[in-house]
Design a protein around this ligand. Structure first.
Ligand code: GLA
Length: 395
């Protein structure tokens, strides 16, 4: 599946050459994609439903074994190399790009995998800090590469995703849910994933062909530094909702188990802000299931309306949008041929996604870019994407 973004080219041969230059031998090369979430935001850590797709932006990992117990990691993006001793890995991350790699290595070791020394070169074109899951793509690419190199085929893609999520939760220190690592592992060309984040049951849903409609990702170019703290706070507010509601409804283990009627009935026992957070999650779970059904019947207008409702709920009830995301949504909504649009990912900056009728893409690009530039003085990046495959060896 092709991206029509000219900045994306196949960099595998160049990566191989660079690896030979750095380490003096030929590597195996692997890639894992970034992702965009179509609908189902802030539902994964509430045991709910999500519908993301992998996109054709990748992190590539070139690897070859070395005879000692060293882990040498070179980042092409940061032009920097670091080394670790496999038997003395740090206890937690240091706020460095290599945390994502070391965290995964640590979790592999902790799960009993016998790893030998390795030279590793990573390179990626997933826009950083844009909410397109560059971190999950590096984790999954590296995890898959090291397991393949160690000929450890006993781990499933789902186990790999869980291991990478653990690396992010426990080593990097971000309390993310399972969505990003899962889609980097299980992505499928042309398909969206419908994932039940409690059971991890996965179904695929065919996306419209590019001749019918495309996914347009609009990067606000805003990275909000508050994102991590706010993310953890939203999680805590959801947990507070569960704690309070389970006093009246003992079967409630997560917001997934709460119905709109439950919230109506017991909401007055909860702080108003917690009610709003719960209302978003409960409504969003229902929207994901409705969106999956709409996609099955080929009802793109219905799908698009659910995207718009999702955005309003994220903006007003969950309060994770920002003025630039709202502006981008407003601009896109006004363009002919746009079925729907919303912020995507954790929020507080990053990207929006729009589902756009095929013949209307050029007008969409122009209108959104000009409108956004006029109001903010920033030039947005717009990527026309199609759903891509998950992690794999490519050379
Ligand atoms: C981030 C997290 C995901 C998910 C989204 C919000 O991308 O990594 O686990 O919670 O935010 O839907």
């Amino acid at each position: 599946m092709q991206n029509t973004n000219p900045a994306i080219e196949n960099r595998a041969p160049a990566l191989e050459q660079r690896f030979v230059q750095l380490f003096g031998e030929s590597p195996r090369i692997y890639q894992a994609p970034g992702r965009v979430n179509l609908i189902g935001e802030h539902t994964d850590y509430n045991d709910g439903f999500v519908m993301p797709a992998a996109i054709g932006f990748y992190t590539r990992a070139a690897v070859a074994p070395r005879p000692d117990r060293k882990l040498a990691i070179h980042s092409q993006n940061y032009s920097e190399q670091v080394e670790f001793d496999l038997d003395h890995l740090p206890a937690t991350g240091a706020g460095h790009w290599s945390d994502y790699v070391v965290g995964v290595v640590k979790m592999l070791v902790r799960s009993g995998k016998k790893l030998g020394g390795v030279n590793l070169l990573v390179d990626g074109n997933v826009p950083l800090g844009a909410g397109l899951s560059s971190s999950a793509s590096i984790e999954v690419a590296v995890g898959y590469a090291l397991l393949d190199l160690a000929e450890s085929s006993t781990i499933t893609r789902t186990q790999l995703a869980l291991l990478c999520q653990r690396a992010e939760n426990e080593f990097v220190g971000a309390r993310c849910g399972i969505m990003d690592q899962f889609v980097a592992s299980h992505g499928k060309r042309g398909q969206a994933l419908l994932l039940d984040c409690r059971s991890l049951d996965l179904e695929y849903r065919q996306l419209p062909s590019p001749e019918v409609a495309v996914l347009a990702i609009c990067n606000t170019m805003v990275k909000h530094s508050i994102a991590k703290g706010e993310y953890n706070q939203r999680r805590a507010e959801c947990e507070a909702g569960v704690r309070a509601l389970s006093k009246y409804l003992p079967q409630v283990r997560a917001l997934r188990d709460v119905t709109p009627e439950d919230l109506e009935r017991y909401g007055h026992e909860l702080p108003e802000v917690v009610v709003r957070r719960c209302r978003h999650v409960i409504g969003e779970n229902a929207r994901v299931l409705k969106a999956a059904a709409a996609l099955e019947r080929g009802d793109l207008p219905a799908f698009g309306n659910l995207m718009l409702e999702s955005h309003r709920s994220l903006r007003d009830d969950f309060a994770v949008s920002c003025s630039e995301l709202d502006l981008m949504v407003e601009l896109a909504e006004g363009v002919e041929g746009v079925y729907g649009t919303r912020m995507t990912g954790g929020g507080f900056g990053g990207c929006t996604i729009a589902l756009v009728q095929a013949g209307c893409v050029e007008v969409f690009r122009r209108t959104v870019r000009e409108g956004y530039e006029r109001s903010t003085g920033r030039t947005p990046e717009i990527y026309i994407c199609a759903a891509a495959d998950g992690v794999d060896r490519i050379a």
